[in-house]
Design a protein around this ligand. Structure first.
Ligand SMILES: Cc1cc2nc3c(=O)[nH]c(=O)nc-3n(C[C@H](O)[C@H](O)[C@H](O)COP(=O)(O)OP(=O)(O)OC[C@H]3O[C@@H](n4cnc5c(N)ncnc54)[C@H](O)[C@@H]3O)c2cc1C
Length: 416
């Protein structure tokens, strides 16, 4: 499918595709076949190769060691990396690191960029974003945020309980969302504070056991439960302006949601490719499976849906490069999450037992993609925002002019 991405975007994505096909996917397949974990040393070697090929961290400005692409131009490269379980990691474009880099780059001070962003891009540091909380706390409704930071002289004193903090086990620092003004509405009284992992009072309780997590790399990021007990950090660790935590999180999540769409679209596309190859090889009931119309129609539907999702994400990326694009991103995220889930489910079905088996990547994709309908806002939460937007501009005059019934008659009719 030709999407008329920019020449630059296509050129970089072409090189990313080569890197995936020559280096990353063969290593992924070998690891799946042998059960031998890919070590972090190997990932570091991939980073060096990606740097030599000018593919490393496409989303990061060149001055911090990346390729300096905007959302539209990084899109086809992110689709390419989504084709492999380790693709995004191999070029340092994986969540949540990529979103945290974006946040630091957008609102970090020069000192924070030097101390945290530069080494984060190079993989010398790892990070996590800690917003979600257990029990009564931030989740679908981030206004429920309970964690707090109180100023004591030139320090913040932080207390809170977080979970589902991706990459939280190995993180060197957490971008932590906390209430900093309890009298203000959470939209105005919340801040993001950088908390080093080794600060006194930080307790990484556990990896929350979960579906997915392919286990083919030595260090799985995991999703951590983390407690902050009277943790003291300097006030200079505030990320962006004090009280603007919601606005910053919204900026981070807008891009983060779209890059998820890009990577999962690539995953769905590879699933379909594998499924089609299987159908072309395998025979049953007197002909190749590829000739069964029941399957052909389902493949046709999946191709159509995936094309619609990829087109939508491109539109949202273009809007996000210009503007805030909140509704376009919400629509894309909800639609792409469902399409990629359905597509990968179909691929499992088409491959029969091998769809469940883990020689192929599809079963891993299946386990991995389910989270996409929940993480970064569940389907229902995006529907809520889209519906609110949809009802904002309803033209009441139009309705009155169209429905020309007599009010008295209508009341009579309702009474009967
Ligand atoms: C793999 C993974 C990685 C994650 N990584 C991070 C991370 O790095 N940092 C972080 O802070 N968080 C992270 N999260 C948390 C994620 O953002 C939340 O799980 C998500 O926002 C939903 O919040 P919740 O789990 O508290 O669900 P809840 O708020 O308890 O909601 C439960 C369900 O209720 C339904 N629901 C909610 N609101 C409505 C509504 N208005 N109408 C109808 N139905 C509704 C939805 O179906 C929702 O799934 C991660 C989660 C997962 C699964």
């Amino acid at each position: 499918m030709e999407y008329h991405d920019s020449e630059k975007a296509k050129e970089v994505a072409g090189r990313v595709e080569e890197f995936m096909d020559e280096v990353v996917i063969p290593r992924e397949r070998e690891a799946l076949a042998t059960g031998e974990e890919i070590t972090m040393d190997e990932i570091h070697e991939m980073w060096e190769m990606a740097k030599e090929r000018d593919l490393f961290a496409p989303q990061v400005p060149a001055e911090y060691g990346g390729q300096g692409l905007d959302f539209s131009d990084m899109l086809p490269s992110f689709e390419q990396v989504g084709r492999s379980l380790i693709g995004a990691l191999a070029i340092r474009a994986n969540a949540p690191q990529e979103g945290n880099m974006h946040t630091l780059e957008m609102v970090g001070t020069e000192e924070q960029k030097e101390e945290y962003l530069r080494p984060l891009v190079q993989g010398e540091l790892s990070s996590a974003f800690a917003m979600t909380e257990p029990k009564v706390g931030a989740g679908s409704d981030p206004k429920m945020l309970q964690s707090t930071a109180v100023k004591d002289g030139d320090e913040w004193v932080i207390n809170g309980h977080k979970w589902w903090t991706s990459d939280g086990l190995g993180a060197d620092f957490y971008l932590t969302m906390v209430r900093t003004d309890l009298d203000a509405h959470p939209y105005e009284g919340t801040s993001i504070i950088l908390v080093p992992r080794d600060a006194d009072g930080v307790d990484v309780v556990r990896n929350v056991p979960h579906l997915g997590g392919h286990g083919i790399t030595e260090r799985e990021g995991g999703h951590a439960e983390v407690k902050f007990d009277n943790v003291r950090v300097p006030v200079e660790n505030t990320i962006g302006e004090e009280g603007e935590g919601f606005q910053i999180a919204q900026m981070r999540l807008g891009g983060g949601r779209l890059t998820h769409c890009m990577r999962y679209s690539g995953m769905a596309e590879r699933s379909l490719d594998v499924a089609k190859a299987y159908l072309q090889e395998r025979e049953a009931f007197g002909s190749k499976l590829e000739d069964k119309q029941a399957l052909r129609h389902r493949i046709a539907d999946a191709e159509t849906q995936l094309h619609a999702a990829r087109t939508m994400v491109r539109h949202a990326a273009r809007e996000l490069d210009r503007n805030d694009a909140r509704i376009e991103v919400a629509m894309s995220k909800m639609f792409a999450a469902n399409v990629t889930n359905e597509t990968i489910d179909l691929a499992v079905q088409c491959c029969g037992g091998n769809g469940i088996g883990k020689d192929l990547p599809i079963a891993h994709f299946y386990e991995s993609v389910r989270e996409f309908r929940i993480v970064d806002g569940a389907d229902e939460v995006h529907r809520r925002s889209i519906a609110r937007w949809a009802f904002e501009d309803v033209d009441e005059v139009e309705i009155e002019n169209t429905l020309q019934f007599d009010d008295d008659l209508r009341i009579d009719a309702l009474d009967e």
